[in-house]
Design a protein around this ligand. Structure first.
Ligand SMILES: [Fe+2]
Length: 165
């Protein structure tokens, strides 16, 4: 179980770095709303990582802080970037579900309950990116449409932060 939780720290830290790189690309490309959104998303992933770090440390286990592989720095389009984000969330969901199974198998009830928050969070994360991807079909992919989608991301980024995240 400890090994899986350490591995999850790697995944959350990688997601945080990857969203930070996405924010940089958006900012330089002129998608300021999307940049704000992904800067926020990067902070969120860091808080997910910290949840696991504190959980392990509170149990008297020392959380393993890993080196992180460099994320992608460039994308074909905003849509391509959001597709990459969705894929990354889908693989995080798989890893969390695998951890839940380990917790069940090992009858580790406290970790099982601890992971419940992450299971719900992943549903929320995947829905967020799926909904954003739908916008490209609904609004379009020309410059004006992308500008509208960037505004939607800007609005999401300035929405009040959910205290549960
Ligand atoms: Fe996360």
């Amino acid at each position: 179980m400890k090994k899986s939780l350490d591995n999850q720290i790697v995944l959350e830290a990688s997601a945080s770095n990857s969203y930070l790189a996405m924010a940089c690309w958006c900012e330089v490309t002129g998608y300021q709303g999307s940049a704000n959104y992904f800067y926020m998303q990067s902070d969120e992933e860091r808080t997910h990582m910290l949840k696991i770090v504190h959980y392990l440390n509170n149990l008297g286990e020392v959380a393993n802080i890993p080196a992180i592989k460099a994320p992608l720095h460039s994308y074909k389009s905003l849509e391509d970037l959001i597709k990459t984000a969705l894929k990354s969330e889908q693989s995080v969901t798989k890893a969390i579900h695998a951890m839940v199974e380990i917790a069940q198998k090992e009858k580790d009830h406290s970790t099982y309950v601890f992971l419940e928050w992450f299971v719900n969070e992943q549903v929320h994360e995947e829905t967020k990116f799926e909904t954003l991807l739908q916008k490209f079909d609904l609004i379009g992919r020309d410059k004006l449409a992308i500008n509208e989608i960037d505004k939607i991301l800007a609005a999401d980024a300035s929405a009040p932060v959910d205290p549960a995240i």
